[in-house]
Design a binder for this molecule. Structure first.
Ligand code: PNS
Length: 160
């Protein structure tokens, strides 16, 4: 495959070091990587879409082939629109697998042109999630080793 455009979709509320680990791995093997934030009207996020996009733009600055975007509706429709060949998803542990497999199979059924590629983050991030980061930050624990300094700053400001 030549000139592979991969989409890394997610909620990113907020971006963690686990996401960044995956972005770094993805940026190495794909020609272009579009990190796409889902505009999900059902969820009640801590950070607005604009705040999440801005943080992502800042922390992905080191990778010139990484772009930040927002999407709504079906991921496969968005992938078609962007002419993407790949959907990138991270699998941290076996517990992620079932849900991810279900999504990958459904997405393949909906759009066989797009291939889902799974990557594993470093073991150090295998238990990390945005939800846990939000929770422990709100309860006063240090999040220094889980998120980039900018995100820590924004989380603190949001919570206090
Ligand atoms: O970071 P998350 O919350 O695990 O990301 C989930 C996401 C955004 C990848 C998933 O909810 C999604 O793709 N939503 C878009 C709507 C869609 O296409 N649904 C059908 C999935 S088979």
């Amino acid at each position: 495959m030549k000139n592979v455009l991969a989409i890394y979709p997610g909620t990113f509320d907020p971006v963690t070091n686990g996401h960044l680990d995956l972005i770094e791995r993805g940026a190495k093997i794909f020609d272009r990587l579009v990190v796409s934030i889902l505009r999900n009207l059902d969820k009640d996020p801590l950070f607005t879409i604009d705040e999440r996009a801005e943080m992502l733009r800042e922390v992905t600055r080191p990778w010139p082939n990484v772009e930040i975007d927002v999407f709504s509706g079906l991921l496969v429709d968005y992938a078609r629109l962007r002419e993407a060949n790949v959907i990138l998803r991270g699998i941290r542990a076996v517990s992620d697998y079932e849900y991810e497999l279900q999504m990958a199979m459904m997405n393949r059924k909906l759009n066989p042109q797009v291939e889902t590629v799974f990557m594993m983050p470093a073991v150090a991030y295998s238990y990390l999630s945005s939800r846990l980061v939000r929770e422990i930050a709100q309860l006063g624990a240090s999040i220094t080793s889980f998120v980039p300094p900018l995100v820590e700053e924004r989380l603190r400001a949001k919570i206090l």
